[in-house]
Design a protein around this ligand. Structure first.
Ligand code: HEM
Length: 417
């Protein structure tokens, strides 16, 4: 185990990192900041509900208050914001209420036809256009061509952004959200992309104030105008957090499901053998998605939490003020919880995972993400026969320590007869 003076340097090989730190230890992040990282399932649950652990950096990270954290550190956008993500206690509960319109039954009902249209349109775009199209022999990057567009277009459409206008807000929003997850890019690149994202969201909100519609952004503005006490900054923050939290995590869920099914074709064949739309088919896809969330959690660490007092977790002393990273990917592979945790097996009965977090900050978008995957995966695999072009063991991980996916998924693609 490492000590504070000898931290383990995190890479983007997250399973090597998890093995080295397991169950808890000091780590150094790619931009030099130190934190305690926890990979143990039970300890992560304890931290998730611990009264002396906060996500509020402004109140509970002394190094930030003392000016010891470089303003351009890669974690700063994650920990300094006016939204629920970085709030603690009663303030967190107040801000989380602002997101209520995002997850009502009305919103979920509107989502389904939207997802169908977006997935079908995206599948159409990657379709070989005719007998001379060589896409069935020349590789296509499915991560870029399918896993990315589906979630960003879905959350964009939910918020009322014109996702087809490549000259307007959509590309700026997409670039800003991409940059936040890439802890390997330069500070300058991150700064520029982040400023672009903030500007685009301000513009989106200004447009919806001028011309309200039935989008989620208009609903959030309305929640404020109906007498709640949310500020313009808080509304903008919630719009931003919905894009950021709901986008790349879902990209990586689709990425991991595709990768795991192509490398475990017996489970793909079993799901496709069920009558499309039947209960049995639905259960088979749900089991695949659930097992992917356990085996290859799309969210790894979400920066950061802070110890309010000295606390002891899994026998390890975390001093007051220390940043804490919890590894949701590590929790899914905890051998104390799962037999043969490294084996992907959707038929296992116990798939307990923390892929959507635990405690008050647990993901409110879980149903939305699962709805996307549950439609996107059968639609993709029933339309095309896909073959991975590269040796699966040689495909590099995506950049950064925050999410868990692949740098690319090169496939050949043939329409199913
Ligand atoms: C597969 C897709 C997704 C995964 C794996 C995922 C994972 C997570 C995790 C692990 C957390 C907790 C972070 C922590 O406690 O440190 C979280 C929080 C959050 N997620 Fe998701 N998420 C996904 C999709 C979504 C979607 C689609 C939305 C909304 C559109 C969303 C919105 C949020 C928000 C707003 C939070 C912050 C909640 C809070 O701090 O109270 N997520 N997510």
């Amino acid at each position: 185990m490492t000590t504070e003076t000898d931290p383990y340097f995190l890479t983007n090989d997250i399973y090597a990192d998890i093995e080295n730190v397991e169950p808890i230890g000091w780590v150094e992040m790619p931009d030099g900041l130190r934190a305690v990282m926890v990979t143990d399932y039970a300890a992560i649950k304890e931290i998730g509900t611990h009264p002396d652990v906060s996500r509020d950096a402004a109140a509970h990270w002394p190094d930030l208050r003392a000016g010891n954290v470089p303003a351009d550190s890669l974690v700063v956008p994650w920990v300094t914001n006016a939204g629920p993500f970085s709030a603690y206690g009663a303030e967190h509960r107040r801000l989380k209420k602002l997101m209520t319109p995002a997850f009502t039954q009305r919103q979920i009902d509107k989502l389904e036809p939207m997802i169908h249209e977006i997935v079908t349109g995206t599948l159409e775009k990657i379709a070989p256009s005719g007998p001379h199209d060589r896409r069935h022999v020349e590789p296509l990057d499915l991560r870029a061509g399918f896993c990315f567009p589906v979630p960003i277009r879905t959350i964009g459409a939910v918020l009322g952004v014109d996702v087809d206008d490549e000259q307007d807000l959509f590309p700026v929003i997409r670039a800003g959200a991409d940059a936040l997850f890439d802890t390997s890019i330069s500070r300058e690149e991150l700064g520029a992309a982040f400023i672009g994202l903030i500007g685009a969201i301000d513009e989106l909100i200004a447009r919806k104030r001028a011309r309200p519609d039935d989008s989620l952004t208009s609903a959030l503005i309305q929640a404020n105008e109906d007498g709640d006490t949310y500020t313009a900054a808080e509304i903008a923050e919630v719009v931003r957090i919905l894009i950021v939290a709901g986008y790349e995590t879902t990209v990586n869920l689709l990425d991991q499901c595709v990768f795991l099914l192509l490398t475990h074709p017996q489970y793909l064949a079993a799901a496709l053998a069920e009558q499309p739309g039947s209960d049995a088919a639905e259960k088979a896809w749900e089991a695949i998605i659930d097992e992917a969330l356990r085996h290859s959690s799309p969210a790894n660490v979400v920066p950061m939490r802070f110890a309010i007092k000295n606390i002891v977790i899994a026998g390890f002393e975390i001093p007051a003020g220390a940043p804490i990273l919890v590894s949701f990917a590590g929790a899914g592979r905890d051998p104390k919880v799962h037999e043969a945790p490294d084996v992907f097996d959707p038929t296992r009965t116990k798939k307990d995972h923390l892929g959507f977090g635990y405690g008050p900050h647990r993901c409110p978008g879980a149903a939305m993400a699962i709805a996307e995957a549950k439609f996107a995966l059968p639609a993709l695999f029933s339309r095309y026969r896909l073959t991975l072009v590269e040796d699966p063991a040689e495909i590099p991980a995506n950049d950064g320590i925050i999410t868990n996916g692949h740098a690319r998924l090169l496939v050949t693609l043939e329409p199913n007869a």
